[in-house]
Design a protein around this ligand. Structure first.
Ligand SMILES: Cc1cc2nc3c(=O)[nH]c(=O)nc-3n(C[C@H](O)[C@H](O)[C@H](O)COP(=O)(O)O)c2cc1C
Length: 364
């Protein structure tokens, strides 16, 4: 199939992108003391030069002592870190790309004693680990308000230093997702209850970020059914449940939903071929990003018999042609080859450097 469709421009409100390819957020932990240096700026610039339309950065720590669990994960607060990011933004813009930071708090997915800030305890809606074990006290209302404010502050700073939008990390079992998930959210106040009530924390964050950045600054929400450590987890088991989950989030002012799945071609619910992004677009009417194993061969995609293709682009393009989704996030394929988009566009697919786990060791 002709890959041209991937290279058509995209516009959503004030966000205009040269093509449909998004770099998926990927933690690299190459920012000592939480500051993204020139090597990180060059890493992202190479992806913009390689033809990525929109870069979503690795998860960045909002201003809270237990936001992340590694000392070289970049912060999105403090003068040095913000200066580092301003430089990254400048480099990416100079190469003609667009870039938004992913705002992150890991919640209970941090162990006691983890760096940075070894004394800072993990926080979560009910103080439960992802396995459901009690670890700390449930978050107080004051802590919740503080985290909402920290997300909003990061959003305002992101806008001030020139980013093209923000993405809230509401996926994979981290703090926002711990509120979504019944296993980690057993609260009986307004932040707990049914699936709709469990969106309250995220809705407050979206509201606060919107107030901080104004109406014309894109807010993307990334969410997932799966959790780290539990690939089979489900927030929504039916399209109706997904509707109840997404409606308050959409109404709160999310501009684009980033629907995190591990394999883009898998139908989300029985009786339809639509994937999670497809359902999200149908339910909310908002633009959506799909993701999951784009450009990877069967070695990394489960190797099911019908999926022994070296190249799943045809299947991606068929779905894009039907407008099942608007944008396509690419993760590992862009780690191994920053010029992946350019090579796909020019038809030189044989020149693509295939992903191997060794590529994760460097920031090339
Ligand atoms: C090394 C690595 C780090 C990742 N870090 C993040 C992250 O910080 N935030 C996030 O939302 N997802 C993260 N992910 C998930 C990716 O964004 C993406 O959803 C996943 O890799 C599937 O896409 P792919 O098959 O194209 O690699 C990470 C994935 C990898 C491989």
């Amino acid at each position: 199939m002709n890959s041209e469709l991937l290279f058509t421009p995209f516009q959503a409100g004030p966000l205009s992108l040269a093509n449909r390819i998004v770099m998926a957020p990927m933690t690299r932990a190459h920012s000592p003391e939480g500051v993204a240096g020139p090597d990180v700026a060059a890493y992202y610039r190479r992806r913009a030069e390689g033809g990525v339309g929109l870069i979503v950065t690795e998860g960045t720590a909002i201003n809270h002592p237990s936001a992340v669990s590694h000392p070289s994960i970049p912060n999105i607060h403090g003068e040095a870190a913000l200066e580092g990011w301003a430089n990254v933004v400048q480099e990416v813009h100079a190469a003609g790309g667009k870039i938004i930071p992913q705002l992150w708090h890991v919640g209970m997915a941090r162990s006691i004693g983890d760096l940075p800030n070894a004394d800072a305890l993990p926080i979560g809606p009910s103080g439960l680990s992802l396995a459901g074990e009690p670890v700390t006290e449930p978050m107080t209302k004051q802590q919740i308000d503080g985290i909402v404010a920290a997300f909003a502050r990061a959003a305002a700073d992101a806008k001030r230093i020139g980013f093209d939008g923000i993405e809230l990390h509401g996926a994979h079992g981290y703090l926002i997702d711990q509120f979504f998930w019944e296993k980690t959210n057993q609260r009986s106040d307004e932040y707990g209850g049914d699936l709709e009530a469990r969106t309250t924390f995220a809705v407050e964050i979206i509201d606060a970020c919107r107030r901080a950045v104004g109406p014309d600054f894109p807010i993307i929400l990334r969410f997932s059914q799966w959790k780290s450590g539990d690939y089979g987890a489900k927030l929504a088991r039916t399209p109706d449940e997904l509707t109840r989950f997404l409606t308050p989030l959409s109404n709160a002012g999310v501009d684009i939903f980033h629907c995190s799945t591990r394999r883009f071609w898998l139908p989300e619910f029985e009786g339809s071929e639509l994937n999670l992004a497809g359902w999200t677009k149908r339910i909310t009417g908002k633009p959506v990003i799909t993701v999951g194993s784009v450009g990877l061969n069967s070695e990394f995609t489960g190797g099911a018999a019908e999926h022994h293709d070296e190249d799943n682009l045809d299947r991606l393009l068929q779905r894009l042609e039907k407008s099942e989704f608007d944008l396509v996030a690419v993760g590992r394929a862009l780690i191994s080859d920053p010029a992946w988009p350019a090579k796909v566009q020019s038809g030189h697919k044989e020149e693509i450097i295939p992903f191997t786990p060794a590529a994760l060791q460097t920031l090339s």
